[in-house]
Design a protein around this ligand. Structure first.
Ligand SMILES: [Zn+2]
Ligand SMILES: [Zn+2]
Ligand SMILES: [Zn+2]
Length: 102
């Protein structure tokens, strides 16, 4: 294991540790040319750039909503896989002033 000496995280490879330690150095070589944000990894910048272009390459096959990242699509799809049905509806109604429920 390769442990970071600046925090308690450990990594399975030296490359991962090195990449992680860029976070501590503050070094972000991949800068967005459309806003002030900078990233430690090219893939993060690429993903971020899609928020400017409006490109959403990850469509949900079940409802047609599109997402900029695989992660957000995956998170979204949990609402389709929920078996009890409509927990999110319940959550929505209770978060929108549920004290009307008697
Ligand atoms: Zn660290
Ligand atoms: Zn940007
Ligand atoms: Zn969907």
């Amino acid at each position: 294991m390769f442990s970071c000496d600046q925090c308690s995280k450990s990594f399975s490879s030296a490359a991962h540790l090195k990449r992680h330690q860029m976070l501590h150095s503050g070094l972000r070589p991949f800068k967005c040319d459309q806003c002030e944000q900078a990233f430690t990894q090219a893939s993060h910048l690429k993903q971020h750039l899609q928020t400017h272009t409006g490109v959403k390459p990850y469509p949900c096959e079940q409802c047609g909503h599109s997402f900029t990242t695989r992660g957000s699509l995956h998170r979204h799809q949990l609402i389709h896989t929920e078996k009890s049905g409509g927990w999110d509806q319940e959550w929505v109604s209770s978060s929108l002033g549920g004290d009307g429920l008697q």
